[in-house]
Design a binder for this molecule. Sequence first.
Ligand code: NZQ
Ligand code: ZN
Length: 395
Amino acid sequence: MINFEYYTPTKIAFGRGVESRTGELARAFGAHKALIHYGGKSALASGLIGRIKASLDAAGVAHVELGGVVPNPHLGKVREGIELAKREGVDFLIAVGGGSVIDSAKAIGYGAAEPDHDVWELYDDAGTRRPAKCLPIGAVLTIAAAGSEMSNSSVITDEKTGLKRSCKSDLSRPRFAVMDPELTVTLPDFQTQSGCADILMHTMERWFNASGTLELTDAIAAGLMKTVMKNARILRDHPDCYEARAEVMWASSLSHNGLTGCGSDGGDWAVHKIEHELGGMFDVTHGAGLAAVWGSWARYVLPECPKRFAEFAVQVMGVAPAESDEATARAGIEAVEAYYRSVGMPTNLRELGVTPTEQQIVRMAESAASVGGGRIGVVRKLDANDIAAIYRAAL
Ligand code: NZQ
Ligand code: ZN
């Protein structure tokens, strides 16, 4: 086990009806005037935004609102939010939605807290600047997926260039997250399953690391991944099952708040970087994009660490050990792909609905590599040629 820091400052209110506590929580964390931030239509159509406003009114927190955040959230909307927050003297952000809305709120928080700087400097490849401040954020979660409600990360797309980039800082971790599993019942099955794929991947990315086997962290990770797959399958047939909704919602937070990587080097994360290029160029749904490329990545890097893949196959996918680690590992990869197929997730780019040209593959590969200064991943360090080979294998 290597040295680590574990920091999860987010207060969680979990369960049926907890969204009515949003105003009280915002007030307790110092809000006087909040910006309510939300997406396209789901939170308005369900009446949730109205209930959040009523809750803020009851707690004496003034508010303004900004909707229209799209999946793979845009820099343009972030800039609009920064201007609104400055103009209105906003001192707190309430993100009502999923990863896209919470990430957009985090970016607005950075931009409004340091108004003399361009917020994109925090996200660009050059790492021009690190954030020094962020407005406080509270999240009302409506989809179990990205884990942004407890994470230090925000992922924004510059819609003019197609670059999707992240900024990581503890300053942006939400002060509180309100998590009512019932709010997720209205999700289309594809979004539920894409969310579960993302939750699974946040722990899988950490499992495949260069620092080796861990007893407790691996046991927590395996338990989380098995729970997600089991309940994702239940939700395929019973989308209104509260218990299954609750299990995956809690898993979304624990999968990306650092818990499943404690004591390791933090994990590989190449699959996320490879997927973010697809999100930036083709606007695909994040979790489905991860499912589509994971198998190709896994087969490409497997020769570097067959033992770790074999441990994953046995402990997570329930594969019986075969004659060699490599054979066990390959059976584990096939089991993951069979799981994805069983819940309607793609296992290649064609099934994802995108067919990049060779030129686009090279562009995405170079862009993904540049995020890591030329190479990404830890179990096998991948340069642009490696990444292009993975995209081609996933076609
Ligand atoms: O805009 P609305 O109408 O709300 O529709 C949304 C959106 O179309 C819909 N939706 C959300 N809650 C709903 C609902 N529809 C019906 N009922 C509900 N209760 O779902 C769609 C997807 O929403 P989105 O917020 O995009 O989903 P998700 O939470 O998967 O977030 C994806 C974004 O998060 C980033 C991804 O890259 C992507 O941009 N990530 C953020 C991370 C982080 N900040 O730590 C880590 C992740 O790895 C990821 O990269
Ligand atoms: Zn993710």
